[in-house]
Design a protein around this ligand. Structure first.
Ligand SMILES: O=CN(O)CCNC(=O)c1cccc(Cl)c1Cl
Ligand code: NI
Length: 183
């Protein structure tokens, strides 16, 4: 299982690399990696397991964060009306997005960033993501709210982008024009 010892931290070059597409059908190794990403996120949200293994909680995880520069992500998060959004995807891609922006009022955090970096992170309010699930089947997912934000945070990791890259340096809490604020 993945623990915090496996998570690389800001400054490690892999976090700034463009991750490679996963060759499909996936190898046994890539299957195991994809599964371990989702397993971490679920474990990290279970207070007993998280406490036992010292896991920092997360709603998503990307392969580069465990020093695997491949295009794989996992997301496990409650959407609107507590609808569970749970996916582990190969080669995820945002194929369309709203003009409208959104941001989390509380900002964002990252397992690969030990300190908290305050500020609004402008994201698209709604995205359509295409990817391949664990069975190699193509999936197309329409997302809004916190799940949409989370997928963008994870896909950024595949492109060597960290959440704080998006924060306004002069005024981190500068209101974002015409954006939806998410609590
Ligand atoms: O890349 C994934 N992580 O670093 C896991 C830890 N961060 C979070 O769970 C988290 C927290 C707040 C907002 C977003 Cl969008 C995310 Cl993703
Ligand atoms: Ni992160």
């Amino acid at each position: 299982m993945i623990t915090m010892d496996d998570i690389i931290r800001d400054g490690h070059p892999t976090l700034r690399k463009m991750a490679e597409e996963v060759v499909l059908p996936p190898s046994e190794e890539d299957k195991q990696i994809l599964n371990s990403l989702l397993e971490y996120v679920i474990n990290s949200q279970n207070s007993e397991i998280a406490e036992k293994y010292g896991l920092r909680p997360g709603i998503g995880l990307a392969a580069p964060q465990i020093n695997v520069s491949k295009r794989m992500i996992a997301v496990h998060v409650n959407g609107d009306r507590d609808e569970l959004i749970s996916y582990a995807l190969y080669n995820p891609k945002i194929i369309s997005h709203s003009v409208e922006k959104a941001y989390l009022k509380s900002g964002e955090g990252c397992l690969s960033v030990d300190e908290s970096i305050p500020g609004y992170v402008p994201r698209y309010a709604r995205v359509t993501v295409k990817g391949f699930n664990a069975d190699g089947k193509e999936v197309k997912i329409r997302l809004k709210g916190l799940p949409a934000i989370c997928f963008q945070h994870e896909i950024d990791h595949l492109n060597g982008i960290m959440f704080y890259d998006h924060i306004n340096k002069d005024n981190p809490f500068k209101p974002i024009e015409d954006a939806v604020e998410i609590d």
